[in-house]
Ligand binder design. Sequence first.
Ligand code: FES
Ligand SMILES: [Fe+2]
Length: 386
Amino acid sequence: MKRWSRDDIVGAAFTDSASTSHAPIGSYYTDPAVHALELDCVFGHEWNYVGHASEVAEAGAYLVRTIGRESVFVIRDSDDEIRAFYNVCQHRGHQLLDGRGCTNVVVCPYHAWSYALDGALKGAPKMREVPGFDRSDVALAPVRLDVVAGFLFVNLDDAAPPLAEMAPRFEPILRSMVAEPEQLQPVKTKAFDIAANWKIVTENFLEAYHVEFSGPAHRGLVRIIDTATYEFDIDGRTIEYRARGGEPGTLPYDSNPDDAFVDAPGPPFHQVFLFPHMTFSVFPGTNMLFVFNMAPNGVDRCAEEITYFSLDPDLSEPSATAEDFVSEQLNAEDIALVEAVQRGVASAGYRPGRLMVDAEQRAGWGEQFVHHFNTLNLAALERQAP
Ligand code: FES
Ligand SMILES: [Fe+2]
Protein backbone atom coordinates (compact mmCIF):
# COMPACT_ATOMS: atom_id res chain seq x y z
CA MET A 1 0.00 0.00 0.00
CA LYS A 2 1.19 3.49 -0.82
CA ARG A 3 2.97 5.28 2.01
CA TRP A 4 1.75 8.86 2.05
CA SER A 5 4.01 11.79 2.81
CA ARG A 6 2.66 14.98 4.29
CA ASP A 7 3.37 16.81 1.02
CA ASP A 8 1.35 14.22 -0.94
CA ILE A 9 -1.64 14.88 1.27
CA VAL A 10 -1.72 18.66 1.82
CA GLY A 11 1.16 20.03 -0.28
CA ALA A 12 4.42 21.67 0.83
CA ALA A 13 2.85 25.12 1.18
CA PHE A 14 0.67 23.92 4.04
CA THR A 15 3.22 24.74 6.76
CA ASP A 16 3.36 24.03 10.49
CA SER A 17 2.44 27.57 11.42
CA ALA A 18 -0.97 29.02 10.55
CA SER A 19 0.73 32.40 10.13
CA THR A 20 2.78 31.29 7.13
CA SER A 21 0.62 28.52 5.68
CA HIS A 22 -1.25 28.23 2.45
CA ALA A 23 -4.45 26.20 2.14
CA PRO A 24 -4.13 22.47 1.36
CA ILE A 25 -3.84 21.37 -2.27
CA GLY A 26 -6.95 20.57 -4.29
CA SER A 27 -6.43 16.78 -4.33
CA TYR A 28 -6.81 16.76 -0.52
CA TYR A 29 -10.52 17.35 -1.23
CA THR A 30 -10.96 15.41 -4.45
CA ASP A 31 -8.69 12.32 -4.47
CA PRO A 32 -10.58 9.11 -3.63
CA ALA A 33 -7.34 7.67 -2.20
CA VAL A 34 -7.07 10.49 0.38
CA HIS A 35 -10.72 9.92 1.20
CA ALA A 36 -10.12 6.18 1.68
CA LEU A 37 -7.23 6.98 4.03
CA GLU A 38 -9.48 9.29 6.06
CA LEU A 39 -12.20 6.67 6.41
CA ASP A 40 -9.64 4.32 7.93
CA CYS A 41 -7.40 6.67 9.88
CA VAL A 42 -9.75 9.44 10.99
CA PHE A 43 -13.25 7.98 11.17
CA GLY A 44 -11.88 4.56 12.12
CA HIS A 45 -9.96 5.84 15.17
CA GLU A 46 -11.66 9.01 16.44
CA TRP A 47 -14.85 9.34 18.51
CA ASN A 48 -17.82 9.82 16.19
CA TYR A 49 -21.09 11.53 17.09
CA VAL A 50 -24.17 9.32 17.20
CA GLY A 51 -26.84 11.35 18.99
CA HIS A 52 -28.29 11.93 22.44
CA ALA A 53 -29.47 9.26 24.90
CA SER A 54 -32.96 10.81 24.69
CA GLU A 55 -33.13 9.77 21.02
CA VAL A 56 -33.17 6.13 22.19
CA ALA A 57 -35.39 6.75 25.21
CA GLU A 58 -37.20 3.40 25.63
CA ALA A 59 -36.02 -0.21 25.71
CA GLY A 60 -35.54 -1.35 22.12
CA ALA A 61 -35.21 2.16 20.65
CA TYR A 62 -32.41 2.22 18.10
CA LEU A 63 -30.58 4.61 15.81
CA VAL A 64 -28.40 3.61 12.83
CA ARG A 65 -25.36 5.67 11.79
CA THR A 66 -22.74 5.41 9.09
CA ILE A 67 -19.36 5.69 10.79
CA GLY A 68 -16.53 5.82 8.26
CA ARG A 69 -16.86 2.60 6.25
CA GLU A 70 -19.18 0.96 8.75
CA SER A 71 -22.87 0.89 9.54
CA VAL A 72 -23.34 0.91 13.32
CA PHE A 73 -26.43 1.05 15.50
CA VAL A 74 -27.05 2.02 19.11
CA ILE A 75 -29.93 0.41 20.98
CA ARG A 76 -31.25 0.64 24.54
CA ASP A 77 -31.53 -2.80 26.14
CA SER A 78 -34.12 -3.99 28.67
CA ASP A 79 -31.78 -3.10 31.58
CA ASP A 80 -31.69 0.51 30.35
CA GLU A 81 -28.14 0.22 29.12
CA ILE A 82 -27.36 1.73 25.72
CA ARG A 83 -25.18 -0.50 23.57
CA ALA A 84 -23.58 -0.12 20.16
CA PHE A 85 -23.14 -2.87 17.56
CA TYR A 86 -21.92 -3.28 14.02
CA ASN A 87 -25.06 -3.42 11.89
CA VAL A 88 -24.36 -6.88 10.53
CA CYS A 89 -25.97 -10.28 10.97
CA GLN A 90 -23.61 -13.01 12.21
CA HIS A 91 -25.11 -15.58 9.81
CA ARG A 92 -24.23 -14.46 6.28
CA GLY A 93 -23.87 -10.75 6.76
CA HIS A 94 -27.14 -9.04 5.88
CA GLN A 95 -27.53 -5.60 7.45
CA LEU A 96 -29.99 -5.67 10.30
CA LEU A 97 -31.55 -2.26 10.88
CA ASP A 98 -32.27 0.95 9.00
CA GLY A 99 -32.85 4.51 10.19
CA ARG A 100 -34.48 4.77 13.60
CA GLY A 101 -37.21 2.87 15.38
CA CYS A 102 -38.05 0.64 18.32
CA THR A 103 -38.15 -3.16 18.48
CA ASN A 104 -38.28 -5.93 21.11
CA VAL A 105 -35.95 -8.09 19.13
CA VAL A 106 -33.60 -7.47 16.21
CA VAL A 107 -34.64 -9.78 13.37
CA CYS A 108 -32.48 -10.18 10.29
CA PRO A 109 -34.52 -9.57 7.10
CA TYR A 110 -32.71 -12.39 5.24
CA HIS A 111 -33.22 -15.70 7.15
CA ALA A 112 -34.83 -14.30 10.31
CA TRP A 113 -32.09 -14.95 12.82
CA SER A 114 -33.17 -12.96 15.87
CA TYR A 115 -31.04 -11.14 18.42
CA ALA A 116 -31.91 -9.93 21.92
CA LEU A 117 -31.35 -6.26 22.75
CA ASP A 118 -28.03 -7.18 24.40
CA GLY A 119 -26.81 -8.68 21.11
CA ALA A 120 -27.15 -12.37 22.06
CA LEU A 121 -28.61 -14.68 19.42
CA LYS A 122 -32.11 -15.68 20.55
CA GLY A 123 -32.98 -18.01 17.76
CA ALA A 124 -32.44 -19.11 14.17
CA PRO A 125 -35.02 -20.98 12.06
CA LYS A 126 -34.41 -24.79 12.15
CA MET A 127 -31.52 -24.44 14.59
CA ARG A 128 -32.47 -27.62 16.46
CA GLU A 129 -32.03 -29.62 13.26
CA VAL A 130 -28.47 -28.42 12.69
CA PRO A 131 -26.01 -30.71 14.50
CA GLY A 132 -23.85 -28.94 17.06
CA PHE A 133 -25.38 -25.51 16.45
CA ASP A 134 -25.17 -23.65 19.74
CA ARG A 135 -26.89 -20.29 19.72
CA SER A 136 -24.89 -19.18 22.76
CA ASP A 137 -21.80 -19.11 20.52
CA VAL A 138 -23.30 -16.27 18.48
CA ALA A 139 -23.69 -12.60 19.37
CA LEU A 140 -23.60 -9.29 17.54
CA ALA A 141 -20.20 -7.62 17.32
CA PRO A 142 -20.05 -4.76 19.83
CA VAL A 143 -18.68 -1.28 19.12
CA ARG A 144 -17.22 0.98 21.80
CA LEU A 145 -19.67 3.53 23.09
CA ASP A 146 -18.97 6.54 25.28
CA VAL A 147 -21.70 8.67 26.87
CA VAL A 148 -20.60 12.21 27.68
CA ALA A 149 -23.10 14.63 29.21
CA GLY A 150 -25.96 12.61 27.72
CA PHE A 151 -24.48 12.52 24.20
CA LEU A 152 -23.51 9.23 22.57
CA PHE A 153 -20.25 8.67 20.71
CA VAL A 154 -18.78 5.53 19.17
CA ASN A 155 -15.23 4.57 18.29
CA LEU A 156 -14.36 1.73 15.92
CA ASP A 157 -10.91 1.47 17.49
CA ASP A 158 -11.05 -0.76 20.57
CA ALA A 159 -7.71 0.63 21.75
CA ALA A 160 -8.61 4.32 21.55
CA PRO A 161 -8.56 6.23 24.85
CA PRO A 162 -11.94 7.43 26.20
CA LEU A 163 -13.33 10.64 24.71
CA ALA A 164 -12.67 12.50 27.98
CA GLU A 165 -8.96 11.75 27.50
CA MET A 166 -8.84 12.52 23.79
CA ALA A 167 -10.79 15.78 24.18
CA PRO A 168 -10.68 16.79 27.87
CA ARG A 169 -12.18 20.25 27.32
CA PHE A 170 -15.29 18.97 25.55
CA GLU A 171 -17.44 18.01 28.53
CA PRO A 172 -16.70 21.11 30.67
CA ILE A 173 -17.49 23.39 27.71
CA LEU A 174 -20.73 21.55 26.97
CA ARG A 175 -21.76 21.78 30.62
CA SER A 176 -21.24 25.53 30.57
CA MET A 177 -23.48 25.78 27.48
CA VAL A 178 -26.41 24.01 29.11
CA ALA A 179 -26.63 23.25 32.82
CA GLU A 180 -28.17 19.78 32.53
CA PRO A 181 -27.26 18.42 29.11
CA GLU A 182 -28.53 14.94 30.12
CA GLN A 183 -32.06 16.42 30.17
CA LEU A 184 -32.00 17.65 26.56
CA GLN A 185 -34.69 16.29 24.24
CA PRO A 186 -34.55 16.27 20.44
CA VAL A 187 -37.17 18.61 18.99
CA LYS A 188 -36.23 18.73 15.31
CA THR A 189 -33.77 17.15 12.87
CA LYS A 190 -32.95 18.46 9.41
CA ALA A 191 -30.81 16.57 6.90
CA PHE A 192 -28.93 17.99 3.92
CA ASP A 193 -27.13 16.16 1.13
CA ILE A 194 -24.19 18.39 0.17
CA ALA A 195 -22.05 18.03 -2.96
CA ALA A 196 -18.79 18.85 -1.18
CA ASN A 197 -16.05 17.03 0.68
CA TRP A 198 -16.72 16.86 4.43
CA LYS A 199 -13.59 18.93 5.19
CA ILE A 200 -14.74 21.84 3.02
CA VAL A 201 -18.03 21.91 4.93
CA THR A 202 -16.19 21.72 8.24
CA GLU A 203 -13.67 24.45 7.32
CA ASN A 204 -16.51 26.74 6.28
CA PHE A 205 -18.19 26.17 9.59
CA LEU A 206 -15.02 26.91 11.56
CA GLU A 207 -13.95 30.22 10.04
CA ALA A 208 -15.67 33.60 10.24
CA TYR A 209 -13.53 35.28 7.53
CA HIS A 210 -16.36 34.74 5.02
CA VAL A 211 -19.23 35.87 7.22
CA GLU A 212 -19.45 39.55 6.25
CA PHE A 213 -19.38 38.84 2.53
CA SER A 214 -21.55 35.83 1.90
CA GLY A 215 -25.17 36.92 1.65
CA PRO A 216 -27.95 38.45 3.72
CA ALA A 217 -28.22 35.63 6.27
CA HIS A 218 -24.47 35.81 6.91
CA ARG A 219 -24.69 39.58 7.43
CA GLY A 220 -27.45 38.82 9.94
CA LEU A 221 -25.17 36.32 11.67
CA VAL A 222 -22.73 39.12 12.51
CA ARG A 223 -25.48 40.82 14.55
CA ILE A 224 -26.20 37.88 16.84
CA ILE A 225 -23.05 38.58 18.86
CA ASP A 226 -21.41 41.55 20.53
CA THR A 227 -18.23 41.30 18.45
CA ALA A 228 -16.15 43.21 21.04
CA THR A 229 -16.65 40.28 23.46
CA TYR A 230 -15.85 37.52 20.96
CA GLU A 231 -13.25 35.01 22.20
CA PHE A 232 -12.06 31.58 21.20
CA ASP A 233 -9.84 28.79 22.49
CA ILE A 234 -8.14 26.25 20.28
CA ASP A 235 -7.24 23.28 22.44
CA GLY A 236 -6.44 19.89 20.91
CA ARG A 237 -9.54 18.32 19.43
CA THR A 238 -11.85 21.12 20.60
CA ILE A 239 -12.34 24.69 19.42
CA GLU A 240 -14.54 26.86 21.64
CA TYR A 241 -16.17 30.13 20.53
CA ARG A 242 -17.83 32.52 23.02
CA ALA A 243 -19.48 35.95 22.93
CA ARG A 244 -22.15 38.04 24.53
CA GLY A 245 -25.35 38.37 22.54
CA GLY A 246 -25.92 41.18 20.03
CA GLU A 247 -28.19 44.17 20.62
CA PRO A 248 -31.71 42.82 21.32
CA GLY A 249 -34.09 43.70 18.50
CA THR A 250 -31.35 43.62 15.84
CA LEU A 251 -30.86 39.85 15.76
CA PRO A 252 -31.89 38.10 12.52
CA TYR A 253 -34.49 36.02 14.41
CA ASP A 254 -37.04 36.69 17.17
CA SER A 255 -34.85 36.17 20.22
CA ASN A 256 -36.24 36.15 23.73
CA PRO A 257 -33.78 36.52 26.63
CA ASP A 258 -36.12 34.47 28.86
CA ASP A 259 -35.74 31.55 26.47
CA ALA A 260 -32.03 31.15 27.02
CA PHE A 261 -30.64 28.33 29.09
CA VAL A 262 -30.69 30.87 31.93
CA ASP A 263 -28.96 28.69 34.46
CA ALA A 264 -26.07 27.87 32.14
CA PRO A 265 -22.86 29.53 33.33
CA GLY A 266 -21.53 30.19 29.83
CA PRO A 267 -22.20 33.22 27.60
CA PRO A 268 -25.29 33.48 25.32
CA PHE A 269 -23.33 32.70 22.15
CA HIS A 270 -21.36 29.53 22.70
CA GLN A 271 -20.08 26.88 20.32
CA VAL A 272 -17.73 23.97 20.56
CA PHE A 273 -16.27 22.07 17.64
CA LEU A 274 -15.18 18.52 18.35
CA PHE A 275 -12.82 16.89 15.85
CA PRO A 276 -13.44 15.40 13.38
CA HIS A 277 -16.97 16.32 12.33
CA MET A 278 -19.30 17.82 14.94
CA THR A 279 -20.23 21.21 16.34
CA PHE A 280 -22.48 22.01 19.31
CA SER A 281 -24.00 25.52 19.35
CA VAL A 282 -26.15 27.77 21.48
CA PHE A 283 -27.41 31.06 20.01
CA PRO A 284 -28.44 34.07 22.13
CA GLY A 285 -32.05 34.31 23.27
CA THR A 286 -33.03 30.78 22.28
CA ASN A 287 -33.96 27.68 24.28
CA MET A 288 -32.12 25.30 21.99
CA LEU A 289 -28.76 23.64 21.57
CA PHE A 290 -28.08 22.34 18.10
CA VAL A 291 -25.59 19.84 16.77
CA PHE A 292 -24.10 19.88 13.29
CA ASN A 293 -22.93 16.42 12.32
CA MET A 294 -21.06 16.10 9.03
CA ALA A 295 -20.57 12.55 7.78
CA PRO A 296 -18.64 11.88 4.57
CA ASN A 297 -20.53 10.14 1.81
CA GLY A 298 -17.87 9.66 -0.85
CA VAL A 299 -15.01 12.04 -1.59
CA ASP A 300 -17.23 14.82 -2.96
CA ARG A 301 -20.43 14.47 -0.92
CA CYS A 302 -21.40 14.60 2.68
CA ALA A 303 -24.51 14.11 4.74
CA GLU A 304 -25.06 17.01 7.08
CA GLU A 305 -27.57 16.66 9.84
CA ILE A 306 -28.64 19.40 12.23
CA THR A 307 -30.45 18.23 15.36
CA TYR A 308 -32.05 20.81 17.64
CA PHE A 309 -32.33 19.90 21.31
CA SER A 310 -34.18 21.71 24.07
CA LEU A 311 -34.91 21.31 27.78
CA ASP A 312 -38.53 22.19 26.89
CA PRO A 313 -40.77 19.81 24.93
CA ASP A 314 -40.98 22.29 22.03
CA LEU A 315 -39.02 25.18 20.68
CA SER A 316 -40.52 28.50 21.76
CA GLU A 317 -41.89 30.71 18.95
CA PRO A 318 -38.76 32.90 18.90
CA SER A 319 -36.49 29.86 18.93
CA ALA A 320 -38.44 28.38 16.02
CA THR A 321 -37.50 31.49 14.01
CA ALA A 322 -33.86 30.96 15.03
CA GLU A 323 -34.09 27.34 13.85
CA ASP A 324 -35.43 28.53 10.51
CA PHE A 325 -32.65 31.13 10.28
CA VAL A 326 -29.95 28.50 10.91
CA SER A 327 -31.37 25.57 8.90
CA GLU A 328 -32.90 27.32 5.94
CA GLN A 329 -31.38 30.77 5.48
CA LEU A 330 -27.81 30.58 6.77
CA ASN A 331 -27.31 26.97 5.76
CA ALA A 332 -28.61 27.58 2.22
CA GLU A 333 -25.95 30.26 1.75
CA ASP A 334 -23.24 28.02 3.23
CA ILE A 335 -24.21 25.03 1.07
CA ALA A 336 -23.95 27.16 -2.08
CA LEU A 337 -20.49 28.33 -0.92
CA VAL A 338 -19.07 24.91 -0.14
CA GLU A 339 -20.43 23.29 -3.30
CA ALA A 340 -18.80 26.03 -5.39
CA VAL A 341 -15.52 25.49 -3.51
CA GLN A 342 -15.68 21.76 -4.21
CA ARG A 343 -16.03 22.45 -7.93
CA GLY A 344 -13.18 24.99 -7.69
CA VAL A 345 -10.60 22.85 -5.88
CA ALA A 346 -11.07 20.21 -8.59
CA SER A 347 -9.87 22.71 -11.21
CA ALA A 348 -6.41 22.47 -12.82
CA GLY A 349 -6.30 26.24 -12.33
CA TYR A 350 -6.44 26.11 -8.53
CA ARG A 351 -3.26 27.12 -6.69
CA PRO A 352 -3.89 27.15 -2.94
CA GLY A 353 -3.91 30.65 -1.49
CA ARG A 354 -2.46 32.00 1.74
CA LEU A 355 -4.48 31.38 4.88
CA MET A 356 -5.43 34.80 6.23
CA VAL A 357 -4.13 34.89 9.79
CA ASP A 358 -2.86 37.76 11.95
CA ALA A 359 0.62 37.58 13.48
CA GLU A 360 -0.60 36.54 16.96
CA GLN A 361 -3.22 34.16 15.55
CA ARG A 362 -5.75 35.75 17.89
CA ALA A 363 -8.12 37.59 15.55
CA GLY A 364 -11.60 36.08 15.46
CA TRP A 365 -11.79 36.57 11.69
CA GLY A 366 -8.60 34.58 11.08
CA GLU A 367 -8.29 31.27 9.30
CA GLN A 368 -6.17 29.70 12.06
CA PHE A 369 -9.18 27.45 12.74
CA VAL A 370 -8.94 26.02 9.22
CA HIS A 371 -5.23 25.41 9.79
CA HIS A 372 -5.77 23.76 13.16
CA PHE A 373 -8.50 21.46 11.85
CA ASN A 374 -6.32 20.28 8.98
CA THR A 375 -3.34 19.85 11.31
CA LEU A 376 -5.46 17.48 13.41
CA ASN A 377 -6.64 15.65 10.32
CA LEU A 378 -3.12 15.37 8.97
CA ALA A 379 -1.83 14.08 12.32
CA ALA A 380 -4.49 11.36 12.26
CA LEU A 381 -3.54 10.42 8.70
CA GLU A 382 0.20 10.38 9.42
CA ARG A 383 -0.13 8.54 12.74
CA GLN A 384 -2.22 5.74 11.33
CA ALA A 385 -0.89 5.47 7.81
CA PRO A 386 0.16 1.85 7.20
S1 FES B 1 -27.86 -13.26 6.89
FE1 FES B 1 -29.03 -12.78 8.63
S2 FES B 1 -30.22 -14.51 8.94
FE2 FES B 1 -29.05 -15.02 7.23
FE1 LIG C 1 -21.05 30.52 6.72
